[in-house]
Design a protein around this ligand. Structure first.
Ligand code: CA
Length: 225
């Protein structure tokens, strides 16, 4: 779904009608204040964000969106069009920029590109049984309770969850999480795994990390045979 944030009724309704007619599901917000709630609901593929909103600045909203961990593409609409404005927009986390007035065909072309890019993004949440790992926020979530993890423990868990319980060789895990050039010791991985086990026992005690000597490491759940 495309989320349009635009207070100008004439521009907003033209975009809403035009994109609906071209088969894009779209939801129109008149106020910036509702953007974060809507984005948190998921299913937003692209945001079209007006720079000048009555209840706030579009760039501040975009920064808040990124700070909350949302990575969907943002197209900024603005009456201003200087290079500084554009640079400030990119710095705030926008992906593209369209000065008003614009040709509708150009908006459609840019939205199409951004929507395609959004589809290529890996999912923000990786699920394994009742456990979800939030890539962007560094959290694990179970039954509406979220726990923020130590970054490396989170990165290890993410890899284990992506493999859906399959064994991952220790060296591959180290290369992925710390990088191929790193020279961390086996002990560092063990310490990280024990942090991860402790976090899992706090939030989701039926899950743990099993180390199989000579084979690797896997995420296991008592409830998943
Ligand atoms: Ca406006």
């Amino acid at each position: 779904m495309i989320l349009l944030v635009e207070d100008d009724v004439a521009i907003g309704s033209a975009i809403h009608q035009g994109l609906t007619a071209r088969g894009f599901p779209i939801h129109w917000l008149r106020r910036g204040a509702d953007l974060l709630d809507q984005a948190a609901g998921g299913a937003v593929s692209v945001v079209i964000l007006d720079l000048g909103l009555p209840d706030g600045d579009g760039l501040d909203l975009c920064r808040a969106l990124r700070a909350a961990g949302h990575r969907m593409p943002v197209l900024m609409l603005t009456a201003r069009g200087t290079l500084d404005d554009r640079l400030e927009g990119f710095e705030a986390g926008t992906d593209d920029y369209l000065p008003k007035p614009f040709a509708f065909a150009e908006l459609v072309a840019r939205i199409t590109v951004l929507a395609r890019r959004a589809e290529e993004l890996p999912p923000a949440l990786i699920h394994f049984g009742s456990l979800s790992v939030d890539r962007a926020k560094g959290q694990i979530i179970r039954h509406d309770t979220a726990l923020t993890m130590e970054p490396k423990a989170h990165a290890v868990l993410l890899q284990l969850a992506i493999q859906r319980g399959a064994l991952i060789p220790r060296q591959r895990l180290i290369d992925t999480v710390w990088g191929k050039e790193s020279s961390i010791s086996d002990n560092t991985l063990d310490v990280t795994i024990s942090i991860l086990r402790r976090r899992l026992s706090q939030l989701a005690p039926e899950f743990t990390v099993r180390a199989v000597k000579g084979h690797g490491v896997q995420l296991v759940c008592d409830l998943i045979p």
